[in-house]
Write a protein that binds this ligand. Structure first.
Ligand SMILES: Nc1nc2c(ncn2[C@@H]2O[C@H](COP(=O)(O)OP(=O)(O)O)[C@@H](O)[C@H]2O)c(=O)[nH]1
Ligand SMILES: [Mg+2]
Length: 286
């Protein structure tokens, strides 16, 4: 049973709002990927508010719950400056949907008539470069790449130079995500970060972490690693079409203070939307 239905059922079976109800609600939140720590906090805040107002109608409680959840999830509205070098570094572990998200973002920004360029900085696998070239051809977007095995920071450097030479635009950087080799990954990311920061126009460099909504609370640990390594400005939540849970953004927002920028719901180029907190919470809770 999906998260939404569990919540619905919970409000249906408890006709009085007591300790049992709050215990069940806590379990449901935890099962919905909100995480134990954040779930306990939410319930405590909810109980306090209920006590204060002495209003225990389920409808009111549901509304309060939604408000608390909304206050934990921040949205990030991306702003691209025309004629500047805007660098969007796309991070994340293997398989979360980085390359696909880069292609979706390329399509998104191209529709806004931005000058888009894809940077193939996942040089670890030859297939990753080829995958991007196919996307580039499909979308009519230029892809800057080097040979596989080459220094990813150098590809970032060349991409930014190329963007600058064509009067500025958006550089979308695809990266490798070998978390099992954490030390190398962190060292590589720090170098890429240094180059990107020095080449991007002032205030036009963003680090975006891709989070797979089917990985559950593991995502929190991943976010911690990337956040500690170079910092994360916001996340893209992928595979939202493939999960019955999806509360991960609540714990990411509450525990790590990371907002969300986009949400992806499929494998085609158009399956990406600007993130809207209220819509997300409404869909999550029902
Ligand atoms: N259902 C679904 N699949 C996705 C989504 N985003 C990516 N994928 C799939 O996830 C798999 C891994 O994606 P990829 O971009 O190669 O991941 P990467 O290793 O992080 O670059 C591919 O099969 C994608 O088609 C999404 O939003 N929904
Ligand atoms: Mg990839």
């Amino acid at each position: 049973m999906g998260f939404k239905n569990k919540i619905k059922k919970l409000f249906g079976i408890h006709n009085s709002i007591n300790e049992d109800f709050f215990d069940d609600l806590t379990d449901t939140l935890i099962e919905g990927d909100i995480g134990a720590k954040t779930s306990y906090e939410i319930i405590e805040q909810l109980q306090q508010e209920c006590k204060k107002e002495k209003n225990n109608e389920p409808e009111k409680i549901l509304e309060k719950l939604k408000n608390i959840l909304c206050s934990f999830v921040e949205e990030n509205k991306i702003h691209i400056e025309k004629n500047k070098i805007n660098v969007l570094l796309v991070l994340g572990v293997n398989g979360v949907g980085k390359t696909t998200s880069v292609a979706k973002l390329a399509n998104f920004f191209k529709k806004q008539e931005q000058n888009v360029l894809i940077c193939a900085a996942d040089t670890f696998r030859a297939a990753a470069i080829e995958q991007l070239k196919v996307h580039g051809e499909n979308l009519g977007v230029r892809v800057v790449s080097h040979q596989s095995g080459s220094d990813p920071a150098a590809v970032v450097f060349d991409s930014c130079e190329s963007c600058s030479a064509s009067g500025g635009g958006v550089v979308l950087v695809d990266t490798a995500g070998r978390l099992h080799n954490k030390e190398n990954l962190v060292r590589e990311l720090k170098k890429i970060d240094r180059i990107a920061k020095s080449k991007a126009s002032e205030g036009c460099y963003k680090k975006i972490l891709v989070i797979d909504s089917t990985t559950g609370q593991n995502a929190l640990r991943q976010a911690e690693v990337f956040n500690e390594a170079i910092g994360v400005d916001f996340v893209i939540l992928t595979k939202y079409d493939s999960t019955a849970k999806g509360g991960i953004l609540v714990s990411l927002g509450r525990e790590l203070n990371i907002p969300c920028g986009f949400i992806c719901t499929g494998e085609t180029y158009d399956d990406i939307a600007i993130f809207d907190t209220k819509k997300y919470i409404d869909e999550l809770i029902g």
